[in-house]
Ligand binder design. Structure first.
Ligand code: EPZ
Length: 418
């Protein structure tokens, strides 16, 4: 087990460059098996979710190699259409290997990826989307067998704008003769990036970022070298780290055009923020002001992946604020840990109310998921004394050495293994 040891009280100051987005890299890795030619993704952060995804591709017969800061995928020898159980359970996003495997082999077997700390994480929308494309799906005790022999282009309507389901259907349809429409599609920036990537490979996808995506099937896709978009959630987390400490930060390669909801909330809390394409500067007051209400929504609403970081900021702000988590059913698991540090948060179902306190005290707390773990580190940056965040290895799923990034801003953070 890894523990992050945080000594609070330092104002963070400095400049950082934002890595490529985990939630773009993962679907792009899945999509890279849609061609037999090599694909190279540039500036890929060293995240455990990325290395797990690389392992899944290797198990299917791909060659995945690190090239400097990039990753090269060669799926010329791709032979497997059965996803490995253990790896599928290790990483939820393995489910969007379904679409590409079906596109290549017209058959696939995967395991239910299972839930996690933030929710049950069903895959019904993925399966109904694929069924709309003619995939015959049987569910045998946790294994999902897909027969894509009769796959065809068609109309897909998602009951909810699921990010993963949208990505799965886009990838399943890109090589299907005819035109597929995806209605009520997710509009996240990572969906737009997937469209850009598929089109760079020779695909014909339009409408990503809007409610309806149109996929015109092409014969084949070719290899490409591609730089994924920057990570808006890592960028938001680093801004929040400066904000909670009354500090100042400049982020290079910040996807500001995809961060409007987060930047708006930070301004509402009293942060002075200046932005230009690819760069953002934040300067925080000694004490933040509570926002009245924050509702998480699908993009372009406030991102659920920034919610618990904002709860940490709210807990030390002046005033009282309310957070409603509309996307996942259990994303306040860290409120208890924050209260152990002296916060005054009341949780009822999908609503949390925080009465801001002047001070937090360092404590021993536990990360339960990657974003919650990051939020506890942020709270530790503000708290008096030392905060020990256990199971910090969960943070590594979505942050590339967060402790090094924070130390570069002047934080006193170290890691203890064992
Ligand atoms: C993606 O997960 C992200 N992961 C999540 O980031 C992010 O929180 C989420 O989108 C929402 O933005 C990746 O991109 C790898 P959804 P995904 O399908 O695709 C329900 C992080 O911290 N749902 O949009 O799984 C689901 O239960 C992670 O980086 C169904 O009911 O999210 C949830 O309540 C956490 N049936 C809601 O939709 C389905 O078939 C949103 O899920 C699929 C989803």
């Amino acid at each position: 087990m890894e523990t992050m040891m945080v000594t609070g009280g330092r104002r963070l100051r400095g400049n950082l460059r934002v890595d490529s987005a985990k939630n773009a890299v993962l679907p792009l890795l899945a999509a890279s098996i849609l061609t037999e030619e090599p694909v190279t993704l540039r500036e890929v952060p060293r995240l455990t979710d990325v290395s797990h995804m690389a392992d899944i591709l290797r198990t299917l017969g791909c060659e995945v190699t690190r090239e400097g800061s990039g990753l090269r995928v060669d799926s010329g020898n791709l032979r497997g259409w059965e996803m490995p159980d253990k790896l599928s359970k290790q990483i939820r996003s393995s489910i969007f290997m379904l679409g590409p495997i079906l596109a290549r082999f017209r058959k696939a077997t995967v395991t239910y990826p299972g839930g996690c700390e933030i929710g049950v994480r069903p895959i019904d929308l993925h399966l109904s989307g694929l069924r709309s494309l003619g995939v015959v799906i049987e569910d045998e005790g946790g294994h999902i067998h897909c027969d894509g022999g009769g796959m065809h282009a068609g109309e897909v309507h998602l009951d909810y704008p699921s990010v993963g389901a949208t990505e799965n259907v886009m990838m399943a349809a890109v090589l299907l003769e005819g035109t597929t429409y995806i209605h009520n599609a997710a509009r996240e920036p990572e969906i737009v990036d997937l469209q850009r990537f598929l089109n760079a490979m020779g695909g014909d996808v339009r409408g990503a970022g809007e409610q309806t995506i149109c996929v015109r099937g092409v014969e084949r896709l070719r290899g490409v070298t591609y730089t994924p978009i920057a990570d808006r959630i890592v960028a938001g987390t680093l801004l929040a780290a400066a904000a909670i400490t009354g500090g100042e930060i400049t982020l290079e390669r910040a996807p500001v055009e995809d961060m409007t909801a987060t930047l708006s909330k930070l301004r509402e809390m009293g942060c002075a923020i200046s932005e230009e394409p690819g760069r953002v500067h934040l300067s925080a007051p000694g004490r933040l002001r509570a926002f009245r209400q924050l509702q998480t929504q699908p993009h372009p609403g406030f991102p659920t992946d920034m919610q618990v970081q904002m709860l940490a900021l709210l807990s030390v702000s002046e005033g009282t604020g309310v957070i409603v988590e509309n996307v996942f059913e259990n994303r306040f698991a860290h409120a208890g840990d924050l209260n152990r540090m002296g916060a005054r948060i009341i949780v009822s179902g999908r609503t949390a109310v925080a009465h801001g306190v002047e001070r937090l005290c360092g404590a021993q707390v536990t990360a339960r998921d990657l974003r919650g773990g990051a939020a506890l580190v942020l709270a530790g940056l503000r708290a008096e004394g030392i905060t020990m965040v256990e199971h910090a290895e969960l943070i590594d799923r979505g942050y590339d050495h967060l402790e090094l990034q924070l130390r570069a801003l002047g934080a006193e953070v170290s890691r203890i293994s064992g």
